[in-house]
Design a protein around this ligand. Structure first.
Ligand code: NAI
Ligand code: 15L
Length: 275
């Protein structure tokens, strides 16, 4: 019997996705998982991304370059925006990559009529909420760093481009996405790569998301983050930090008066000032 290709290979939901930050830690993970959801994956970063596979396009670009960043969106159906400075630095360092960069990206989306963006926001947009307090997506923004401020700005940018131009965004306040949790704090904030990949898939394909804010976190015990207001995304995390509890709790612990122990953003709450 002859196999019919359209039966064996269900249609992919999107023709072309732009992935920024493709050379980074999470970029490498999503470079693999996004391949299943589009015909063509356009990869961009300021750093080297290696060789392009047959279904990939590679464009080296600094997000601070308005013209080049806007052009990245030409012909794409959706954007997954990971690119930028990913930890705390001086304001000037953050400014071009994260603040000007996201403006350039949304302007490209507007001009090239891209209707969906998935934005890698961060828990550091809300990092000055206390550890142990449970917050949802309506909580007050409490950035803990210049980096966290840039993510709060990115979320506001996403809201503005939805209200003004109808471009939909899912802003994912990622906790800590690494192969394993590094310490006791990450027992609460960890997001496995498998759950990250599924959350990005849900964020690209769920209908009518408007501007949705969701916490990027696995199914960890006693989570600080309540995703009930993002239930329409259909995200069901599969992983949790149970297997690391004993070893991470046995590590030397911070004093209870240490800001890194008091606040959800951990050590970011006490970095700087930068001369
Ligand atoms: P990463 O630092 O490994 O990757 C970021 C990428 O952005 C790098 O490849 C870098 O070259 C690129 N980049 C930096 N400045 C740029 C510029 N001016 N123009 C173009 N590209 C530039 O970080 P990671 O861990 O992969 O994070 C990806 C995204 O997710 C970042 O936006 C980060 O803020 C966010 N995030 C990550 C978390 C995590 O636990 N890994 C937690 C919360 C948020
Ligand atoms: C982030 O936003 C950073 O990109 C990542 O490197 C981790 O520090 C993470 O937050 C975290 O809070 O653990």
């Amino acid at each position: 019997m002859i196999a019919l290709p359209f039966i064996d290979q269900p249609m992919k939901p999107l023709k072309k996705i732009l992935l920024t930050g493709a050379a980074g830690g999470l970029g490498k993970v999503l470079r693999q998982s996004l391949a299943a959801h589009c015909d063509t994956l356009r990869l961009s970063d300021v750093s080297s991304m290696g060789e392009a596979a047959a279904f990939e396009e590679i464009i080296t670009c600094d997000l601070g370059d308005k013209e080049k960043t806007m052009a990245l969106s030409q012909g794409v159906d959706a954007i997954v925006h990971l690119g930028g400075v990913a930890t705390e630095h001086s304001f000037e360092t953050i400014l071009d990559a994260n603040i000007r960069g996201i403006f350039h990206l949304y302007e490209g989306a507007r001009v090239h009529d891209v209707r969906r963006v998935v934005f890698a926001s961060s828990n550091h947009a809300i990092g000055f909420h206390k550890q142990g307090d449970v917050i949802d997506s309506d909580c007050l923004l409490r950035p803990d760093s210049y980096y966290g401020l840039s993510k709060a700005y990115g979320e506001n940018m996403a809201q503005f481009y939805f209200d003004r131009y109808g471009i939909e965004t899912v802003s994912i306040r990622i906790g800590s996405s690494f192969p394993e949790p590094h310490d006791a704090r990450m027992l609460k904030t960890w997001l496995s790569y498998r759950d990250l990949s599924e959350l990005v898939r849900c964020s690209l394909t769920a209908p009518n998301v408007g501007h949705t804010i969701v916490y990027g976190v696995s199914d960890n015990k006693d989570s600080w983050w309540d995703n009930s207001k993002a239930a329409h995304l259909g995200f069901k995390p599969q992983d949790n930090t149970e297997q690391w509890h004993a070893s991470r709790e046995a590590m030397p612990q911070l004093a209870s008066s240490d800001p890194a122990k008091m606040y959800q953003g951990g050590g970011f709450t006490k970095m700087g000032p930068f001369a």
